[in-house]
Write a protein that binds this ligand. Structure first.
Ligand code: SF4
Ligand code: SF4
Length: 441
């Protein structure tokens, strides 16, 4: 006996019926006849029926006694304790060369000028070595700050040590960086590439005028041109991934075409991924950004229009709702191990530098505050336990949820519309590839 998955989302468009399943992330297009069969569950298991096989593969239909929620819970628990990937987030310094109006990285008690000293670096390496397990296959480091490039010397030293250990233990090593981009020159980019840093996230806060009012040097000068130059420099490396994060407020939403014009004109259209981000207020954030879009519903509408614009303008779209079974690395025992320049350990990078939130220190290991994160579960929220997007969202940001401020992911507001966007993009890509192959013939 079969039943329909409770994680199916069905939508119709001019091409027929589309079904998305959030447990597998599968997305199928059915003819009306196939859809009728799906609805009636009249899918004879004994026949060699490819429709049935495909529906089962995508988990659009599942055995009647299969408990999907239990399955999601098991996947969550396994991922939480899996040591296959060890994820470190390291702030070599909390110093920054900019003075963005919304920056939360002003920790009253923290010495922002500090670069991680060599004794902390050594303790960090031993701590990391101790938590590598026999089944660890990947060591993944995210360089964070402040502005991590203000601590380049620390990055050099630590990378050398990490690579040595990864090599000795036959573990793969990858590194990425969240940077404001202003310190990236051709020489620095080459060095970062040698240091295996091959994924970057850089923020734009709007078009040139808007950005230059918000993301500024300490002397008040804007950073837009410098950042665009840096993106162009990094884009020369074909194995480097660049994600532009665009912080969205009402002004940015209005002038999105100006940003896209610049990226297009500079030849970056096919070399970058863009994602839009809702500005969040956390306990330790500055509240100085005036035109936040506070309502999630409103933001979701705006975001959908922005992604639509990306498609219309031929930019890459990267919003596929893949199931993750984990809200973020912070709830993983071996994930999001965030270390500040003094060696304090945190689980969420938003708390880096706030010592009372630390879950340990590289000299002493973890403390009891770690449990708050590891025992976190989205299944206690009734709304999440019955949500069709649970495998994708998993209750949203755990920090927000623990602060009593849980928020759904923007696409949950409007999932049908988002799926239509994804479908339109996939169809467009299919046509482009088809045209390319015709041209090449
Ligand atoms: S807890 Fe929230 S803010 Fe922190 S890393 Fe996870 S998703 Fe991001
Ligand atoms: S936070 Fe919202 S979208 Fe996410 S799983 Fe819970 S109910 Fe669903």
């Amino acid at each position: 006996m079969l039943k329909h998955s409770q994680y199916n989302i069905v939508l119709t468009n001019k091409d027929g019926v589309l079904i998305y399943n959030s447990i597998t992330g599968a997305f199928a297009k059915l003819t009306l006849e196939e859809y009728r069969k799906y609805l009636s569950l009249n899918l004879n298991e004994d026949e060699n029926n490819s429709l049935l096989e495909n529906l089962k593969k995508g988990m659009f239909v599942v055995p009647a006694d299969f408990n999907e929620l239990e399955y999601i819970k098991e996947r969550y628990t396994t991922l939480k304790h899996s040591a296959t990937t060890l994820g470190l987030v390291i702030a070599p310094t909390l110093k920054c060369n900019l003075a963005c109006i919304y920056c939360y990285q002003n920790r009253g008690e923290f010495d922002n000028s500090l670069l991680m000293p060599s004794n902390v670096q050594e303790a960090l390496v031993s701590f990391m070595r101790n938590i590598i397990r026999d089944n660890t296959k990947l060591l993944s480091v995210l360089w964070y700050g402040g502005e991590p490039l203000m601590g380049l010397q620390v990055i050099r030293e630590l990378t050398k040590k990490f690579l040595k250990i990864a090599n000795e233990l036959d573990i793969r090593y990858t590194a990425s960086m969240i940077t404001n981009g202003t310190l990236i020159t051709p020489t620095i980019a080459e060095e970062l590439h040698k240091l295996e840093i091959k994924a970057f996230q850089i923020t734009l806060d709007g078009d040139k005028d808007t950005h230059n009012r918000k993301r500024i040097y300490k002397n008040g000068k804007g950073t837009f041109n410098r950042i665009i130059d840096a993106i162009k420099t990094l884009a020369k490396y074909r194995d480097t991934n660049i994600t532009i994060r665009v912080n969205v407020d009402e002004e940015v939403a209005k002038n999105i075409d100006n940003i896209l014009d610049t990226l297009d004109k500079e030849g970056l259209k096919n070399k970058i991924g863009i994602y839009f981000s809702k500005l969040e207020e956390y306990e330790y954030s500055s509240r100085a950004w005036a035109c936040y879009i506070k309502s999630l519903e409103e933001y979701s509408k705006v975001e959908k229009k922005l992604y639509m614009r990306l498609i219309e303008r031929g930019f890459k779209l990267n919003i596929y709702p893949f199931p993750r079974y984990i809200p973020c690395g912070a709830v993983r025992e071996y994930g999001n191990i965030c270390i500040d320049p003094e060696g304090y350990i945190y689980k969420c990078w938003h708390e880096i530098g706030v010592k009372e939130k630390s879950v340990g220190h590289v000299n002493e290991g973890f403390n009891e505050r770690l449990n708050r994160w590891i025992s976190y579960t989205p299944f206690s929220f009734e709304q999440c336990s019955t949500c069709k997007l649970l495998p994708v969202c998993m209750g949203g940001c755990p920090l927000r949820a623990m602060e009593g401020n849980r928020e759904c992911m923007p696409l949950a507001q409007n999932i049908q519309e988002y799926l239509k966007l994804v479908y339109a993009y996939k169809s467009q890509q299919h046509t482009i590839n088809k045209l390319k192959s015709i041209k090449e013939e």
